[in-house]
Design a protein around this ligand. Sequence first.
Ligand code: 13P
Length: 263
Amino acid sequence: MKQPKLVVANWKMYLNVHEASLLANRLGKKVQSHRDVEVVLAPNYLCLQPLSREIDHHKFKLAAQDGYYIDEGAYTGAVSFNQLRELVNYAIIGHSERRRYFNESLDEVRDKVAAAVRNGITPILCVGETKEERTQKETKQVLHDQVVTALSNLTAEDAESLVLAYEPVWAIGANEPAKPDTIAAAVDWIRFQVRELYGKTTESSIRVLYGGSDEPEYVSGIMATPGVDGLLVGRASLNYERFSDIITGVHLAVLSEDKTVKA
Ligand code: 13P
């Protein structure tokens, strides 16, 4: 069976517990369940426990926005994947905001990916180049280094359920997403790295998302891009109507893809 598409709401450092519950509740009423679309909410750590009690788990899954790579110990302020394992199915790892503001290195991202997998949590590994790197024509090198290092401690079996997200840093918080051609080239290159490491079967079982200024009006164009299996949504996921429209858009994209295949 084909894997469902994946739509992830990255709420970043927005919303307190009360606001997050309110938004999840509104989404619960508005969003229709579709067998072909899996919807994941990634609130801050504080909201994970209350949301896990409140949400309809047939409709939504939960993700952490990060996690520490050591399972337990004297690491004040850290939350480990081992502590998150009962609450979340997924964890966003290596988001560009963590690489930039928290100085996360390639090796740290690699260790986090391995720790998530070890604890039964599916990593949503974020990769993407900055504007300067794109201008300097370093995009391929950057994506290669980010993907290859992050996966270097995983077996092919570990890698099969992975989710990768192409998030060009210059398209995050921007006026519009990257163009479909740009997304297609980057996603193709990311998939090529996975194929080189683990072979075709693993490459075809991973899901690759696009993130960066996703809004309802861009969904059909992005989802029609070869190799794209879903979206990692920032700002628009904080608004229940826009986020719900994005989910519907992804479902409609799957229906039209199926029609094209059958025709
Ligand atoms: P925006 O959708 O706000 O551009 O954020 C994208 C993002 O960083 C998702 O992880």
